[in-house]
Design a protein. Structure first.
Lengths: 354, 518
């Protein structure tokens, strides 16, 4: 008698968890789906040259999306990353071309490594401004970073009066050559920017999983009050995520300027939206507390491959936008369905345990 | 029962039960509400009073049993249904919209409109003013609710319920935030309603209040009704006996160990309230190692606020605290935890747990630095600590990687306690540690408290449960209105003395004058 319901319940539970597994891997499945689809639909899609080119495109968004993921996990948002990309590109370009004029007849020129470090510092600094506005002055993250978005973009435009810094080759006698390495250099057959992405992504994933700071990021997003009472330094955690986001944006600014060997002040416009999209597609919850670096990277690849593939197929850019939007919406709908299913499966397991 | 009395009954619950997933909140309750009378309902925290009232008010639907309104079988699908049948309720937790005005709150969902469906603000405010006038609260109908004191908000909630013109009015702890003067006014309003034939169901913890205004009394214990009597036939003794019952609760026995040296001292802790006055008013107390000091007080007495001050959650609090005789200069929570303080907050969901994280992550959240070398969390050590705590506190969880929200209330509370213990505290602050958990888990929590005190921890625990404070404490401190109004050794403490001390300072005159009367 009692065996019958138990036997009947078992298959539904396992089919539920199978469906759950499929849903959990949805971003991966989407990635494989777009890869398979375009390798059939677009000629040359699978050529090594094309794959590397696409990876370089994706890397730019992936950097921003990683920074964005941490910010969103704490329950915030960073709209300023696109502008930081533009401003940091301009900083790097300015330093290569002009150095710093000390106003006493001397001008300091930095070598490329120093320029990169200064640029990264600028990105982190702008992130710190975001963080201070949010933690010390209690400005809502949306508003604070929106303000910084405009200020940074304005500064980028002011730095050159709206013009492009062209031809960043540098001068051998000033020691400013070699700026192109970041964007065009290769190491063991892979572009340098991909190597940087791998290093930063591994670092971020490690941080999220194996360090107290990473755990605190999730705790702050899950329940800020409880985190505070548990002794988590909430303000420091928030400062960190915005500074990390600024750091990631600065890397992107450097890479783009280096690839083009020119800095344009409008670079990075609307990049923040792509970054948010990649994070969300990768399973980051906008209400905070949930998300993974791995998921975000996969999300960035899905979006990047989708847009590059559609270009190769000759689909109009207007249709591309429609398709991208639909993909994001579907991702979130599936995410919600997974949550519901998950809680149902958990309840069933609890009922079984007693 | 005479036919006369039968006719008086306006509402009758027959064999009503309410089951939530896992727990039975109300078991086969029979409850009668009489017209033109104050029907008092008492019981301890978690006895099922609020659930029973929510069933009557249509907020919750009974799992079994029926509701008879004037002899007619009814069922309410929503609170709107109940309101339409003339049943109003003043909720314990305030259900007001802080961003709307008093008048808009009173007429929420039944806005007075003109011919064009436009809200007639003037008329609403005029009518609201009439109700507020009766409560003599000095509240203008055009004030924003969030600008009012909690007590005044409670009066608005009452005005809202009165404005429904209900035949049955349920009041769930209406006086918990009121001053003595405001309570007097409320009683006048209740007498007035009674005279007009309104049946009032009145829930309160304050026994002296109940005896004063009640006509009929019903006692609930663990979801069952254990006594129903006319108020004139009963006394405090009878009520307490029905509430507690013969089967004493499972408070772990004291083991007779003697407390050691002073481990913690608070001096002159003050916390200003945003609305003026002091939420914590010059509180000083001292705690010895291995001692359990119970802090008894009613809602709003300032117990939680005192704990918040000790933990450094309020930057503007004044006073000083000492651990092991050394002054604690650190002002932020993080460093106070490192000095050996730990708080188990009252509100598990909002302040205790990160509900979307796993049991393990929650347990180690406050003590991660213990498991980290430089910046790397050593997984094996963390898992070991988690497993140890799960075993020690008997947390029922299949896999610590499970989300903490999947646990029952009692096990969630154990996770919060485990989190505090993993920081290696010297002084544990527990705010209502037994709230909202089942009997078995309560016993576990009490046993843990005993064990920790034997191990030499100092425990400060706040409660509004008289039994609990009497049974568990080595000493009992009583707070009222932000002040420390009594300090008793267990040997000399009596329920009467504690209740008296917890009502001090609620007088209309200044607290000093009240003390002078004493």
């Amino acid at each position: 008698m009692t065996d019958i319901p138990a036997k009947a319940a078992a298959p539904t539970a396992s089919s539920g968890s199978l469906l759950l597994t499929v849903m959990k891997l949805r971003t991966f499945i989407a990635l494989i789906a777009v890869l398979v689809f375009f390798s059939i639909a677009a000629p040359n899609f699978l050529s090594a040259a094309n794959l590397i080119l696409m990876a370089k495109h994706v890397a730019l968004n992936a950097f921003l999306a990683m920074g964005m993921t941490f910010v969103i996990i704490t329950g915030g948002i960073d709209l300023s990353v696109g502008s930081i990309v533009g401003l940091c590109g301009m900083v790097a370009g300015y330093l290569v071309l002009n150095g710093i004029d000390l106003q006493i007849g001397y001008t300091i020129y930095f070598n490329v490594v120093e320029i990169a470090l200064i640029t990264l510092a600028v990105g982190i600094l702008i992130g710190a401004v975001n963080g201070l506005l949010i933690t010390r002055l209690n400005v809502a993250p949306f508003i604070a970073t929106l303000g910084v978005l405009y200020v940074s973009r304005g500064l980028a435009l002011l730095s050159s009066d709206g013009r492009t810094f062209p031809n960043l080759v540098g001068k051998r006698e000033l020691g400013t050559t070699g700026f192109g390495y970041l964007g065009a250099g290769k190491l063991l057959g892979l572009p340098v920017s991909i190597w940087i992405l791998i290093v930063v992504a591994l670092g971020a994933a490690y941080l999220a999983k194996y360090t107290p700071l990473g755990r605190h990021i999730f705790a702050v997003g899950g329940n800020e009050r409880a985190a505070r009472i548990s002794g988590v330094r909430v303000n420091m955690v928030k400062m960190f995520v915005y500074m990390f986001s600024g750091f990631c944006a600065a890397i992107v600014g450097l890479i783009i300027s280096s690839e083009l060997m020119a800095s344009h002040p409008a670079t990075g416009e609307s990049f923040e939206l792509n970054a948010i999209a990649a994070a969300v597609l990768g399973g980051t919850s906008m209400s905070g507390g949930r998300g993974t670096i791995g998921g975000t990277i996969v999300g960035a690849f899905v979006i990047g491959i989708l847009s590059d593939g559609l270009v190769m197929m000759g689909v109009s850019s207007f249709w591309q936008m429609v398709i991208k939007g639909l993909v994001i919406i579907v991702a979130v709908v599936v995410d919600q369905a997974q949550r519901r299913l998950q809680s149902r499966v958990t309840l069933m397991q609890m009922a079984k345990v007693g | 029962m005479s036919a006369e009395a039968e006719r008086d009954v306006i509402l009758k619950l027959e064999d009503v039960s309410k089951v939530y997933s896992g727990t039975v909140a109300v078991k086969r309750a029979n409850f009668e509400v009489r017209r033109g009378a104050v029907n008092v309902l008492v019981g301890e925290n978690g006895a099922g009073k609020s659930t029973l009232m929510k069933i009557i008010a249509g907020v919750e639907q009974p799992t079994a049993g029926r509701i008879l309104l004037e002899g007619e079988d009814v069922s309410f699908a929503s609170s709107g249904d109940a309101v339409n049948r003339g049943i109003g309720m003043v909720f314990q937790e305030l259900n007001l919209f802080g961003n709307l005005t008093v008048a808009e709150n009173i007429f929420a969902t039944r806005e007075i409109t003109n011919r064009f469906r436009k809200i007639d603000r003037k008329e609403q405010e005029r009518r609201a003013a009439e109700f507020l006038e009766r409560l003599q609260a000095g509240i203008r109908p055009d004030m924003l609710v969030e600008d009012l004191r909690i007590g005044q908000q409670q009066l608005v909630e009452i005005a809202k319920a009165v404005s429904l013109d209900a035949r049955i009015l349920i009041m769930d702890e209406p006086t918990s935030a009121l001053s003595a003067a405001e309570v007097e006014i409320l009683f006048k309003v209740i007498a007035d309603l009674k005279a007009r034939g309104v049946a009032i169901v009145y829930i309160s913890h304050r026994l002296e209040e109940l005896i004063r205004i009640g006509d009929y009394i019903t006692v609930l214990r663990d979801g069952r009704i254990t006594g129903q009597e006319e108020m004139k036939n009963v006394d405090t003794q009878w009520i307490v006996r029905q509430m507690i019952g013969s089967d004493a609760k499972d408070f772990a026995k004291a083991d007779g160990h003697l407390p050691g040296e002073e481990i913690f001292r608070a001096e002159e802790i003050c916390l200003p309230r945003t609305t003026g006055g002091l939420a914590v008013d010059h509180v000083s107390l001292s705690l010895r190692a291995g001692e359990i000091l119970g802090i008894y007080g009613l809602m709003g007495a300032g117990r939680s606020e005192l704990f918040d001050c000790i933990m450094g959650r309020h930057g503007h609090a004044t006073g000083s605290i000492f651990i092991d005789g050394k002054k604690v200069r650190e002002r932020d929570t993080t460093r106070r935890i490192r000095r050996g303080l730990a708080l188990i907050p009252e509100d598990r969901q909002r302040e205790g747990l990160v509900s979307i994280l796993s049991v393990a992550s929650n347990l180690t959240l406050a003590s991660l630095s213990r498991f980290a070398r430089l910046f790397h969390i050593r997984g094996a050590e963390e898992r070991q600590a988690v497993a140890g705590m799960v075993r020690e506190l008997a947390i029922k969880v299949a896999d610590p990687a499970q989300e903490v929200s999947s646990l029952s209330g009692g096990n969630q509370q154990k996770v919060v306690i485990g989190k505090a213990l993993l920081t290696g505290p010297k002084v544990l602050l527990m705010d209502e540690p037994s709230r909202g958990i089942d009997v078995g888990a309560k016993a576990d929590v009490f046993r843990t408290m005993r064990k920790l005190s034997r191990d030499g921890l100092g425990i400060l625990f706040a409660t509004s449960d008289l039994d609990e404070v009497m049974a568990l404490s080595d000493r009992i401190a009583v707070m009222s209105n932000g002040k420390l109004t009594g300090m008793f050794d267990r040997a000399e403490a009596t329920e009467a003395a504690i209740v008296a001390a917890s009502a001090l300072g609620h007088g209309p005159a200044g607290p000093t004058e009240t003390n002078a009367h004493d």
